[in-house]
Unconditional design. Structure first.
Length: 103
């Protein structure tokens, strides 16, 4: 099996977001925050509070999102906005056809 030699780059729209680097990618940040920010000068209680934010992981599937009340509410709000703007219409799926995803 042949492996592609093409250099893979993330989509341009991801440059607007802070995201973790994959292993093997270089970090282009000249002054990373980790060089100046640390947890050693804050209380244990506050450290625990802050760690809740850094431990938050976005779901990658619908089933993961459906387990979290906040994501269910966000999905319902998105569907309501689509319906309020008349940009979405729910129709029955024809027999023998598979549904496709949407963004």
């Amino acid at each position: 099996v042949r492996k592609s030699t093409r250099v893979s780059k993330p989509p341009i729209w991801l440059s607007d977001y802070v995201r973790p680097n994959k292993q093997g990618q270089s970090n282009n940040c000249i002054y990373p925050l980790s060089d100046v920010i640390g947890y050693d000068h804050i209380s244990t209680k506050y450290h625990s509070y802050l760690s809740q934010f850094s431990n938050e992981v976005e779901p990658t599937t619908f089933h993961e999102a459906a387990k979290d009340k906040r994501w269910v509410e966000a999905m319902q709000a998105k569907i309501k906005a689509l319906e309020d703007n008349n940009t979405r219409e729910l129709v029955p799926l024809p027999l023998g056809k598979k549904p496709i995803g949407c963004k």
